[in-house]
Design a protein around this ligand. Structure first.
Ligand code: PLP
Length: 434
């Protein structure tokens, strides 16, 4: 029996850390999706593996909510961070050559990008994208899609699951005036969006969409993204692709390159820094030049840590690896293996299931119909999902033990890692089912 199959009382040091945390950190977690039933206190990570403070080893398919794309402590990124820490962390004046190099890379890779601005988080990037859309259109309302997540700020926070995973955190404190400007539609329901634009088009500044809604485990049906592009253009609204998950994870050009659709604005983050906080907002010069970083710009844009030296070094190193090596081929191949393997396992275990995902991302959902909309996702068997994920974690396969959350491989995962995850999935699913 592996140590993972033994009882939680073996989590001695982790439990002690949890007790200390409960006194000084509200809920013992620095983000509302970090609480788990198993009291893991991570200590270090390398490649595809993560160890907790009790020395337990996990194969990590959690990937810090999709931020880790190359693997933990990836040598090129770790070296770049070390060099930068001894060079220049932050000057707060002008622009460093590395900031320019990163902007040039973003403009080169992202089809819709002519200019780029850096931010410390994906939430900052979406906040500024929405603000820019309001400034460009002189309108207030934003269309978003149920189950999608664009950050916890008031201007995109409205729909069933934005109230927190499992609905345990309410939207308390969200400015009601802001919430009224956020209109939620069902993902893939183009008719509803068309109807909304027909009725309220003159109020709508932008539609913000995850081109593949990995936060909701939903894929765009043929015509959905094209339809959004058409509707927003017809009604003088902007189309914002939130590529905080898809950017640099599907490929260097993100989902927009894959689908051949050009949004007006794009937000990027997560994989961009391989775990280091860095994000970006890119778009055409005619819109981007409205930011107050230009002499005549009127849209506020500032941040002490925008373009922080460590963040920029991590991003340049991450993109450098992706430019030189077959990162995305590897991610897609292992992702395909994982999805095919999970489908077989569910069939073998006689559990109705649908496997979603693409490229590095996968999810095993217990339902008999492929989900189209977030309403379909809400009918997935959540308790079986959680039981299965907890059985996986207990056996050393770290996938988010949270309702319906995706999992992913990194460039550091090997075929042997996928084999082990699939072997474990077979046992974990039987244990969860019975
Ligand atoms: N956009 C998407 C699609 C996300 O998934 C997230 C975070 O999960 C964000 C924006 C917010 O990014 P961050 O957590 O870096 O602020």
């Amino acid at each position: 029996m592996s140590i993972h199959a033994q009882h939680y009382t073996r989590y001695t040091e982790s439990a002690t850390i949890l007790q200390r945390a409960l006194k000084v950190i509200p809920g013992a977690a620095n983000s509302w999706t970090r609480w788990t039933d198993i009291p893991i206190s991570p200590a270090r990570a390398q490649g595809a593996r993560l160890w907790d403070v009790d020395g337990r080893e996990y194969l990590d398919f959690h990937g810090a909510f999709s931020a880790i794309v190359l693997g933990h402590a990836y040598p090129d990124v770790a070296q770049a961070l070390t060099d930068q820490a001894h060079g220049l962390v932050l000057a707060g004046i002008g622009r460093t050559p590395a900031e320019v190099e990163l902007a040039e890379r973003l403009v080169r890779h992202i089809p819709s990008a002519e200019q780029a601005l850096l931010a410390p988080s994906g939430s900052d990037a979406t906040y500024s994208a929405l603000r820019l859309a309001r400034a460009v259109t002189r309108r207030d309302c934003i269309v978003k899609f149920a189950g999608s997540f664009h950050g916890p700020h008031d201007y995109a926070l409205r729909s069933a699951n934005d109230a927190g995973e499992g609905g345990t955190v309410g939207p308390d404190g969200v400015l009601s005036a802001a919430a009224r400007t956020v209109i939620t539609c069902e993902y893939n329901d183009l008719e509803a969006v068309a109807d909304l634009f027909a009725r309220r088009g003159e109020e709508i500044a932008a539609a913000i969409v995850e081109p593949i809604a990995f936060n909701a485990s939903l894929h765009p049906e043929p015509g959905f993204l094209d339809g959004l592009r058409k509707l927003t253009t017809e009604h003088g609204a902007l189309l914002i692709f939130d590529e905080v998950i898809t950017g640099f994870r599907l490929g260097l050009g993100g989902a927009q390159a894959q689908f051949g659709i050009t949004p007006d604005l794009t937000t990027l983050g997560k994989a961009l820094g391989n775990g280091v906080p860095v994000a970006a907002l890119v778009g055409p010069e005619r819109h981007m030049s409205r930011f107050g970083t230009t002499p005549h710009g009127t849209v506020p844009y500032s941040g002490t840590h925008n373009g922080n030296g460590l963040a920029v070094a991590a991003a340049n190193a991450t993109l450098g690896v992706m430019e030189r090596e077959p990162v995305h081929e590897h991610l897609a191949r292992l992702g395909d293996r994982m999805r095919a393997g999970l489908r077989e396992i569910a069939q073998d275990c006689d559990v109705p299931a649908v496997v979603t995902g693409s490229a590095s991302i996968y999810n095993l959902l217990f339902t008999d119909t492929p989900p189209r909309t977030f309403a379909d996702i809400l009918s997935v068997d959540e308790s079986l999902f959680l039981a299965y994920r907890n059985e996986m974690v207990r056996r050393g396969i770290l996938e988010m033990p949270l309702p319906l959350m995706r999992a992913q491989v990194t460039y550091s995962h090997t075929d042997a890692d996928v084999d082990r995850a699939l072997e474990t999935a077979q046992v974990a699913l039987r244990a969860a089912r019975d």
